[in-house]
Design a protein around this ligand. Structure first.
Ligand SMILES: NC(=O)c1ccc[n+]([C@@H]2O[C@H](COP(=O)([O-])OP(=O)(O)OC[C@H]3O[C@@H](n4cnc5c(N)ncnc54)[C@H](OP(=O)(O)O)[C@@H]3O)[C@@H](O)[C@H]2O)c1
Length: 383
């Protein structure tokens, strides 16, 4: 009930703020000065929407078009829609050989055909990867490596993700457990990507300069008191509270894990590694994910449609991730490793991710969860 009231209060506040703006301004500009004040209240608001962002951008569409990725290979997870699709599309336009990893054969083929149509020169390939199954991730990665022979992988975008919507609006909820024995959102958004990285690491090591980019979220600022579960009992237990205001804490946990992981891996690789690992928040972007999250408040979607300053387009949402994936000179000269960026390509510190102990614990927990699945003969589930 309280949760419901808080949700309603949040929606009402947003709605009233919008009405006031509509009264004050006949046309809603993309950068509204008053929001710069609000943004200072919390780092998570930095770049959340166009209205919260300031010029100049750290990386522009003009900067993007100057990149030449011919001869480079990229793999993007969750590439059939939204931000992942846009990342894949832009990489192909810049000349990279792109592989789309998706769970649906049809959606993957359709997305690849659309990208191919725009870029008839470079090959656009697909691989089927269901992030709820470590066996599927392993099979897909092995197939990809076999197909690529001894070639290098230059860019790995760890992007697939979803936000579990509780079935009942109660304070407690149980997120489904996958057939591998793990909380589904943690496995899809985070752990499967850890596993995929492990499998593809030899290919990344062959690159002159490999870039690994995780699509995290500003929701990483909103998680449980223990931040990230590092044992199975805590991970898989029914969550109480499940929500804080409008924030889903399990989603926040999985998104914080991506940032913590980037830092842990960067430390493990050392300062001279050829692999640059970073994470980013795309901002609030109108994608299928946002449509699902707001499906019970359709008027918000109408507001989003009407007000350009509330949401980023998918092209804009992808730009910060593309910066971390393609701006090789900047990454090298500014030593951008283990960092977390918000739109538009500005580094933001998430204090929750700076804990050395948590970085180590998450890494060790992740290793223990994927260990049994490393061998292709394994049919294991985690106990
Ligand atoms: N949109 C935002 O405002 C926002 C903000 C912060 C962070 N993000 C992050 O951005 C990333 C991309 O999301 P999006 O906004 O672009 O939404 P989207 O259009 O729904 O894209 C999500 C992608 O992940 C795939 N996916 C979901 N579950 C999967 C599974 N079990 N196995 C394999 N693939 C799976 C989806 O495939 P299907 O099409 O088959 O479902 C889709 O390709 C996510 O990690 C999300 O958390 C988005």
């Amino acid at each position: 009930m309280l949760n419901c009231l808080m949700k309603f209060g949040a929606y009402l506040a947003v709605f009233l703020a919008i009405v006031v703006h509509l009264i004050l301004f006949t046309e809603i500009p993309r950068q509204i000065g008053v929001y710069r004040f609000i943004k200072q209240c919390a780092p998570l608001l930095e770049g959340l929407s166009p209205a919260f962002s300031e010029e100049p951008w750290g990386f522009t569409f003009e900067d993007l078009t100057e990149q030449n990725l011919s001869g480079q290979r990229a793999l993007v997870t969750g590439a059939n829609s939204g931000i992942g699709y846009e990342v894949a599309r832009q990489l192909a336009k810049l000349g990279a050989e792109v592989t789309l990893a998706c769970r649906s054969v049809t959606k993957c083929a359709e997305a690849a055909a659309l990208i191919q149509k725009e870029n008839p020169k470079g090959p656009v390939m697909t691989t089927i990867m269901d992030m709820t199954s470590l066996a599927s991730v392993r099979e897909s990665a092995h197939e990809y490596m076999l197909h690529q022979g001894g070639k290098a992988l230059d860019m790995l975008f760890l992007n697939a993700g979803y936000n579990y919507i509780p079935k009942e609006n109660g304070p407690k909820d149980c997120i489904p457990i996958t057939s591998d024995g793990m909380e589904e959102m943690f496995q899809v958004n985070y752990l499967s990507h850890h596993f995929l990285y492990k499998l593809l690491e030899p290919m990344l090591k062959r690159s002159n300069m490999a870039r690994v980019v995780s699509t995290s979220s500003g929701s990483s600022f909103s998680t449980y008191s223990y931040r990230i579960a590092t044992d199975l009992e805590t991970l898989n237990g029914c969550k109480e509270p499940f929500m804080k205001g409008v924030e889903n804490l399990s989603y926040g946990q999985s998104k914080l894990a991506q940032i913590v992981w980037s830092k842990a891996l960067t430390k493990r690789l050392g300062p001279d590694s050829n692999i640059y690992v970073n994470a980013f928040h795309p901002g609030l972007v109108r994608t299928a994910l946002v449509d699902k999250v707001f499906s019970e408040a359709p008027f918000m979607l109408t507001v989003f449609d009407k007000m350009q300053s509330v949401l980023w387009s998918t092209e804009e949402g992808a730009l910060t991730g593309l910066f971390l994936g393609v701006a090789e000179d900047r990454l090298a000269s500014e030593n951008i490793r283990g960092k977390y960026f918000h739109p538009q390509s500005k580094e933001v510190i998430n204090e929750l991710a700076l804990d050395d102990r948590l970085q180590e614990d998450l890494w060790n927990f992740s290793e223990s969860l994927v260990q049994k699945f490393m061998s292709s003969h394994s049919t294991a589930t985690v106990e």
